[in-house]
Design a protein around this ligand. Structure first.
Ligand code: NAD
Length: 215
């Protein structure tokens, strides 16, 4: 596959290039804060950059008319409306977390929801490396959206080089249930990005989540 990366020089961009190159894919387009470089037209573009880059990403996809796999966090409702508009033209695969474990955790939260009522306390905690800019993490927001509460306590820590830890606590007055996921390398995410980019080649235009791809 011929692919491009927006956010090429970043931590995720570099980890994605390493795994894709091991899988035999060819990087033909790259873009970051310093500028862009294109060797050939890519078949799919992967965006792991920052919210500030989002408007430019939309322009690049509109102009090239190629599939987009996007994991950038901090996107708001207007950005999602733009992604849905793009998805009328090309396949768009979006997730705030491309790890398989977090997607299993989402399923487990849906299961727990069947048993806990409004009397249970539910709180989400997340820890990430000191360089992560958005708070709470996109994953914490995604997990929170699965829980039927008007207000939900979220706790964020920014510590050292932690790749990403998410914990959801459900407590009644008599017991506590904790669901926890920890990524211990960026491969937790890049594997899912690879699965998504390969799948994107065979998809029709439309908006897909990573869960749609896994299923
Ligand atoms: P990083 O700070 O290391 O890299 C950011 C990259 O974006 C750099 O290459 C930078 O040059 C580029 N960039 C910044 N502004 C830009 C602009 N205006 N135009 C083009 N490029 C620009 O960050 P990171 O740790 O690699 O994370 C990147 C993104 O991926 C973040 O939003 C992070 O939260 C997200 N993330 C998502 C997942 C997931 O599974 N969805 C997993 C990990 C990280």
């Amino acid at each position: 596959m011929k692919y491009g990366i927006i956010g090429y020089s970043g931590r995720m961009g570099q980890a994605i290039e390493e795994l894709f190159s091991e899988a035999g894919h060819q990087l033909v387009y790259q873009k970051d804060e310093a500028g862009e470089k294109e060797l050939e037209k890519p078949e799919v573009i992967i965006d792991f950059s920052l919210k500030e880059a989002f408007a430019e990403t939309v322009k690049v996809i509109e102009q090239k008319q190629v599939a987009l796999v996007i994991g950038t966090t901090g996107l708001d409702q207007d950005d999602f409306a733009e992604l849905k508009r793009l998805a009328e033209e090309v396949p768009v695969i979006q997730s705030f977390n491309f790890s398989i474990g977090i997607n299993i955790l989402s399923e487990l939260i849906n299961k727990v929801n069947q048993y806990v009522d409004q009397d249970w306390d539910i709180e989400i905690s997340e820890t990430h490396h000191r360089f992560k800019k958005d708070k709470p993490s996109g994953t914490a927001i995604m997990l929170g959206d699965l829980i039927d509460r008007d207000e939900l306590e979220m706790h964020s820590k920014r510590l050292g080089s932690e790749f990403g830890e998410h914990e959801v606590d459900f407590a009644s007055t008599g017991e506590v249930l904790t669901l926890k996921h920890r990524a211990y390398s960026r491969e937790a995410f890049t594997r899912g990005v690879l699965i998504s980019a390969e799948a994107a080649l065979d998809l029709d235009a439309g908006f897909y989540t990573f869960k749609d791809i896994l299923n």
